[in-house]
Ligand binder design. Structure first.
Ligand SMILES: [Zn+2]
Length: 179
């Protein structure tokens, strides 16, 4: 394997260790047990990542479960995981594309509520082994239900039969009418 950057096409050297995965677009992702080749002259790298999609789903999961606010580049990563452009993602979030564009460029410009919304949208839109763990179907149905919420406040009578009152029954009943 030879370097594409160098004119003379220098031979790449195999490397092992901790790989700074800058290709992710995130500044803080390091991979263990990855092999890569590096040019001794210009430092150009060629990495071999088996099961790349799996890795990206794992990174996304780490992001939506992180205890601090998402950064701009992290929002970009999540949006790309959903294969959405800025306009589409902004629509999901109920904001203008210009606002989203600003969030993606700057660090922590958004608030906690919108941060949670971004995670919620990711979890309800993404379809993988991680999101299945958080009961994908229920999230999806809730998302549809929320989309139909009326603009005015109303408080109709709520009747609950204590003999039938269980989570399984309630969830089934809720989504039977929402679908
Ligand atoms: Zn080179």
């Amino acid at each position: 394997m030879h370097c594409d950057n160098c004119k003379k096409g220098r031979k790449l050297r195999p490397r092992k260790g901790l790989y700074h995965y800058t290709e992710s677009g995130l500044p803080n992702i390091y991979l263990k047990n990855v092999e890569w080749y590096q040019c001794p002259h210009c430092e150009a790298r060629r990495v071999l990542i088996p099961r790349m999609n799996q890795l990206h789903r794992c990174i996304a999961w780490r992001l939506v479960t992180k205890p601090s606010l998402l950064s701009g580049t992290e929002i970009v990563f999540l949006r790309k995981m959903l294969h959405l452009n800025q306009r589409q993602f902004a629509k999901h979030l109920g904001i203008g594309p210009v606002v989203l564009c600003r969030w993606e460029k700057e660090e922590r410009i958004h608030r906690r509520t919108t941060d949670q919304l971004i995670r919620f949208v990711y979890l309800t839109s993404q379809d993988d082994e991680y999101t299945h763990e958080v009961h994908k179907e229920i999230w999806e149905n809730l998302h549809k239900l929320f989309a139909k919420i009326e603009r005015q406040v109303s408080t109709p009578r709520v009747e609950i039969d204590l003999k039938k009152c269980s989570a399984a029954y309630e969830v089934k009943r809720t989504f039977a009418t929402a679908a």
